[in-house]
Design a protein around this ligand. Structure first.
Ligand code: HEM
Length: 201
């Protein structure tokens, strides 16, 4: 049985899922973080607990977004119409992760934030990833797609360096790279390899 015939019923079912439901489902992880915080289950260091969870959720959405095109190509699974929602949710969680750092961790003390940036250089990688994602989020609407034409596609290639910087930031903040870290790196590398592999003529 081919992957196309296996995924056909799934694609038919997915066509019935409205995009707004994907946005709504994408807020479940935020609800979970809020629930853990309010119920005291976030851990002994709540600030770190919130910060880390939001970073991890952002990573899931970023990698999930990169996996959508290969999923169609190799598994015939068509999730293309949800790509914008997944991308915007990723940006939303990266922004929340940044806000958690600035507000909860740094207490909005900008001098302290500046010295934290110098002390922990991996934060630069996280911020650079966030900066690269801003134009992508701002141009993810239909009007920008029409206006930018072929340049839109070129601009959205920024997603690859952005996710790459996010992955480096994640690995670097660990003292020793854990098995989970290696798995994320392997998944990211595999997605890049399939995206940029030379096509046969
Ligand atoms: C694409 C962008 C980003 C991604 C994917 C990302 C992801 C992550 C992940 C997965 C973690 C570790 C979570 C864990 O170990 O459970 C983390 C930690 C952290 N991130 Fe980010 N992050 C990004 C951007 C940023 C930005 C913009 C900031 C703000 C300056 C930031 C600040 C931090 C901090 C302070 C930590 C905790 C480090 C520690 O505990 O020592 N991140 N990030």
């Amino acid at each position: 049985m081919s992957t196309a015939s296996l995924s056909a019923p799934l694609n038919t079912a997915l066509r019935r899922v409205p995009t707004w439901l994907v946005y709504l489902a994408g807020l479940i992880p935020l609800g979970w973080v809020i629930w853990l915080t309010l119920s005291g289950g976030i851990g002994v260091d709540p600030v770190k607990g919130i910060e880390h969870r939001l970073g991890k959720i952002a990573l899931w959405f970023l990698i999930g977004g990169l996996a959508i095109t290969p999923a169609r190509r190799f598994l015939s699974l068509n999730l293309i119409r949800y790509r914008r929602a997944v991308g915007l949710l990723a940006f939303f969680y990266v922004a929340l992760h940044l806000v958690a750092w600035a507000v909860l961790d740094m207490g909005m003390l900008w001098a302290q934030a500046a010295s934290d940036l110098i002390k922990r250089p991996y934060l630069f990688f996280g911020i650079s990833a966030f900066v690269l994602l801003i134009p992508l989020a701002l141009t993810s609407n239909n009007a920008s797609i029409r206006k930018l034409g072929a340049n839109w596609r070129r601009l959205h290639w920024l997603v690859y360096p952005a996710v790459g910087l996010g992955v480096i930031h994640y690995l670097w903040q660990m003292k020793v790279i854990s098995l989970q870290g290696w798995v994320w790196l392997a998944v990211f590398s595999a997605l890049i390899a399939v995206r940029f592999r030379p096509r046969r003529r």
